[in-house]
Design a protein around this ligand. Structure first.
Ligand code: NAD
Ligand code: GLY
Length: 360
């Protein structure tokens, strides 16, 4: 097992990465300081992993809640169901919440933990590649709103992250690829060597080679932990983690939550951001081709949905947390391995990208 630290002073916590971690009660117990524990999961994950997790917690007052599965359920209604359960069980302020699932469960579980009685402890047990390399680390929690993705939320750090690579065995191919989109992101924004490694090892990752996956998870978490330690609440460098996300969120909201996987929307969004970076003469044609090729090779989509024309994209992109005074701001690439901080976009170039990139 590897242990990384998210260094945030009093709120520092470990990320455990390895095999068989779901069956190691001591890892859980070390971070549970109460008798009352609730596990939040969904209908897909519960039949596969809930019992394994519950077995670690025989000697606690343990409750669980199984929510419906899907991005379309990442809502305040689902979070209210968590509050209802906690209140019905008379759980106190020292209770602990365990979020067992992908990014949707992790984001909602963390948000419920942040709000219940003004904050209870929570553990992240990420079960998708995307959640293991990104969403479980760093304390962004929240839900979607019909008018905008992740628009309601809080920064709230977990007690620990337990990333058991074995659970990825049951993940379907499409979900694995979606996770790779966020892995590739780290290479693009700050780690050109990792991007090169990914180009060379993408087939091993797609074949779920254990050591390649372990390397990719650890390397991604290390990058994320460093960024979060430097800028927990996104006043600076943390915004670079949003490369491709403004376009991506517009796709998710515009087409309907759940239609595109988050990682798929991010892959398309990153290609749009790369095209726009080329229009600033920061990336070369060859850079953009390498980026698109790596996403394609990862079995990810690289062109925007036809039903979102440039005008609709611009409308949707106006709802984004990086915008200031209603002005669209984006993360772009100076080169492979170096992202900009949010830049006020040149409207003409942005429209050119939206009208031409991937359009017939
Ligand atoms: P997800 O949580 O919807 O999980 C994807 C699918 O895989 C679901 O159907 C889930 O039930 C299933 N699943 C999960 N683990 C499984 C396993 N081990 N075996 C079989 N099936 C399994 O999606 P996701 O890609 O994990 O997360 C996407 C969400 O994360 C989005 O809402 C996105 O906004 C959010 N996100 C948050 C952050 C953050 O910093 N908080 C970062 C990136 C993404
Ligand atoms: N996934 C973006 C962030 O954690 O900041």
């Amino acid at each position: 097992m590897k242990t990384l630290l998210v260094a945030l002073g009093k709120r520092s916590y470990p990320i455990y990465i390895g095999s068989g971690l779901l069956s190691r009660p001591e890892l859980f117990k070390k971070h549970i300081k109460s008798r009352q524990v609730i596990v939040i999961t969904n209908t897909t994950i519960a039949p596969i992993y809930l019992d394994t997790v519950l077995k670690n917690l025989d000697d606690y007052v343990i409750e669980y809640l199984v929510l419906p599965d899907g991005e379309q359920y990442k809502t305040l209604d689902s979070v209210t169901q968590i509050f209802d359960k906690l209140l019905a069980c008379k759980f106190s302020r020292n209770a602990t919440l365990i979020a067992l699932g992908g990014g949707v469960i992790g984001d909602m579980g963390g948000f419920a933990a942040a709000c219940y009685q003004r904050g209870i402890a929570f553990l992240q047990i990420p079960t998708t590649l995307l959640a293991q390399v990104d969403s479980s680390v760093g304390g962004k929690t929240g839900v979607n709103h019909p008018l905008g993705k992740n628009m309601i939320g809080a920064f709230y750090q977990p007690q620990c992250v337990i990333a058991d690579a074995d659970v990825l065995d049951t993940l379907d191919e499409r979900q694995l690829s979606a996770g790779l989109a966020e892995v590739i992101k780290y290479g693009l924004i700050r780690d050109a060597g990792f991007f090169n490694w990914l180009e060379q090892n993408i087939d091993l990752l797609l074949a779920r080679d254990k050591s390649a996956l372990a390397y990719a998870i650890e390397h991604s978490c290390k990058n994320k932990a460093e960024i979060v330690a430097e800028d927990e609440t996104e006043t600076g460098v943390r915004a670079t983690l949003n490369l491709g996300h403004t376009f991506g969120h517009a796709i998710e909201t515009g087409v309907g939550y759940g239609e595109y996987l988050h990682g798929e929307a991010v892959a398309i969004g990153t290609c749009l951001a790369a095209d726009l970076s080329r229009r600033h003469a920061w990336l070369t044609d060859v850079d953009v081709e390498r980026i698109i090729a790596l996403f394609k090779h990862s079995r990810l989509p690289v062109v925007p949905p036809a039903q979102l024309d440039a005008g609709r994209f611009l409308e949707l992109m106006a709802v984004d947390k990086k915008n200031i005074d209603g002005k669209i701001r984006l993360i772009l690439l100076k080169k492979i391995g170096l992202a900009t901080l949010p830049v006020d976009v040149d409207r003409e170039r942005l429209e050119l990208t939206l009208k031409t990139y991937g359009r017939k």
